[in-house]
Design a protein around this ligand. Structure first.
Ligand code: NCD
Length: 338
């Protein structure tokens, strides 16, 4: 067995200096590492709160390998790489040689031979990014852009940046509710892990039993499960609504979308049960009239589009930090904040 195959994702994410190398999952990373990502992301906004462009990754090549559909994630990774002055190559997997029978390893080795420094990977199989991290040359960094139901670490970090920026409160003092299809959601899993690591003491997971994963009650005492939305959102500071992941559901977990909206749709009456300052988030794509009412999605408490902009800053941070070891060698590291 290859030695790396014995490593867990969290172990192979850090280099010998304890700095981020690959970004595969939130689990196993320290509060300091997550805070460093948030602070670095924040440093990519100027005083007018606009994203900056920097030469930090000039001459580096970022390859976007998306084996699964994506709008926001792929585009914001591309925008992030361009703002860092890297070269970006989007591989159209549907038209690549993997569809002619080439193995994933062979595809990767060929792309590496084209001088890739970072692969941004989205895949429908849980563990795909970890597998790729074990298969590539040591100088190549892997960023997980979502693997199956497992993890979506950059989404979690852009969610954390949005929460930190919009609430202006320490994570320890926040009550956060996550509503919807928790069972099939890599976002829910990564959000809970990030909130716990950053010190949040009150995480409420709200879903019908059919959309709750087994073992979620073992996540820790900070995490409480609610079947009734009205109970779960009482006085919370942050609500994260999630889409029903129809593409990952083998048999219908709910009788209908209308039924889901009736029981779990975020509308004005329900939002009024949270704190008046409560912010509403959604990773997208949003199904209006299913998990969220349009009046809320377009209302003053929604920060859904801020999440998208923060996604560019967080992805810039993760791309830059994953090259930190190599930038250090070139004396460029002072350019990264913190
Ligand atoms: C999420 C994903 O792909 O996991 N979306 C995203 O990255 N913006 C959530 C979803 O698909 O529902």
């Amino acid at each position: 067995m290859h030695l790396a195959a014995m490593h867990t994702p969290s172990q192979i994410q850090l280099n010998q200096q304890g700095n981020l190398k690959h970004f595969l999952t939130i689990e196993g990373l320290s509060k300091e590492t997550l805070t460093k990502i948030l602070d670095t992301a924040q440093s990519f906004f100027n005083a007018q709160n606009q994203l900056i462009t920097t030469p930090l990754l000039e001459g580096r090549t970022v390859m976007n390998l998306f084996f699964e559909n994506s709008t926001r994630t792929r585009t914001t990774f591309e925008a992030a790489a361009k703002r860092l002055s890297a070269n970006v190559i989007n591989i159209d997997i549907a038209r690549s040689s993997t569809s002619k029978g080439e193995t994933l390893r062979d595809t990767l080795w060929n792309l590496e031979a084209m001088a890739a420094d970072i692969f941004v990977v989205r895949h429908s199989s849980s563990g795909a990014a970890h597998f790729i991290a074990q298969s590539v040359c040591p100088h190549v960094a892997i960023i997980n852009a979502g693997d199956g139901r497992h993890a979506h670490p950059t989404q979690a970090m852009l969610d954390m940046l949005t929460i930190r920026h919009e609430t202006k409160k320490p994570f320890e003092e926040l009550s956060v509710a996550i509503i919807g299809d928790i069972k099939h959601s890599r976002v829910a899993r990564s959000d809970v892990a990030a909130l716990q690591t950053l010190g949040c003491k009150d995480i409420r997971v709200i879903a019908p039993n059919t959309l709750l994963p087994c073992g979620f009650e073992e996540y820790g005492e900070e995490v409480r499960l609610f079947n009734k939305m009205e109970q779960g959102i009482q006085d919370c500071d942050v609500i994260i609504t999630l889409r029903i992941q129809n593409e990952r559901i083998d048999s219908p977990a709910l009788s209908s979308q209308a039924e889901f909206y009736k029981m779990y749709g975020l509308n004005k009456e329900r939002l009024a049960m949270a704190k008046p300052s409560c912010i509403v988030m959604h990773p997208g794509p949003m199904n209006r009239g299913v998990e969220i009412d349009s009046s809320i999605a377009d209302g003053p408490q929604a920060v859904i589009l801020q999440q998208v902009t923060n996604g560019i800053a967080v992805r810039m941070a993760v791309l830059a930090l994953s090259m930190q070891g190599q930038l250090q060698e070139k004396g460029l590291i002072e350019a990264i904040a913190g």
